[in-house]
Write a protein that binds this ligand. Sequence first.
Ligand SMILES: [Zn+2]
Ligand SMILES: [Zn+2]
Length: 186
Amino acid sequence: MDQHDERRGRELVDWIDAHLGVRCARCSLELCAHELLFATALGFRREPLCSRCAASETGASDLGTLRAHLRGHFERRACYRFAWKHADELEPRCALREVPAGGPPARAGTLRAELPHETWDAGELGCGELVLDLRLRMRALGAGEILELIARDPGAPEDLPAWCRMTGHELVDARPPRFLLRRRSD
Ligand SMILES: [Zn+2]
Ligand SMILES: [Zn+2]
């Protein structure tokens, strides 16, 4: 694990520790440490949702598929892998420990000429912070509109395709640090 991943991993762990016991913003179920990490990766940090409510909110996949995608994403990212292990240690009997990793490997979008409706320079924002803001910005767009995103976090080329797959938005083009994302039609 390089220095960057280690710092990100510790940030994730600190965030989990600070939010243990938080309840789902929709159904008030208490989120476990694993679900706190799910919520982070999906961009639900500010209004944490349990994985069941997150699956219905994103509308992109059923609960089992969403969990498998998230686990697959975590396996490929050292910072999330580190934080997931921490959640396992906190909750040795949690059922989510056993969620198998699945989903296709992350892939960059294919090139297409698209004109963005909005541009956002996210600078070095990473992991949960990037997708948190990104979710709000995508929500503010109209269906089918394009966001041009500049993201310099070294994890972004891995995080963004995974996030798009899980939330139903389309990654139209990926040439780091520039990404084009199309808002899903609800
Ligand atoms: Zn819920
Ligand atoms: Zn758990």
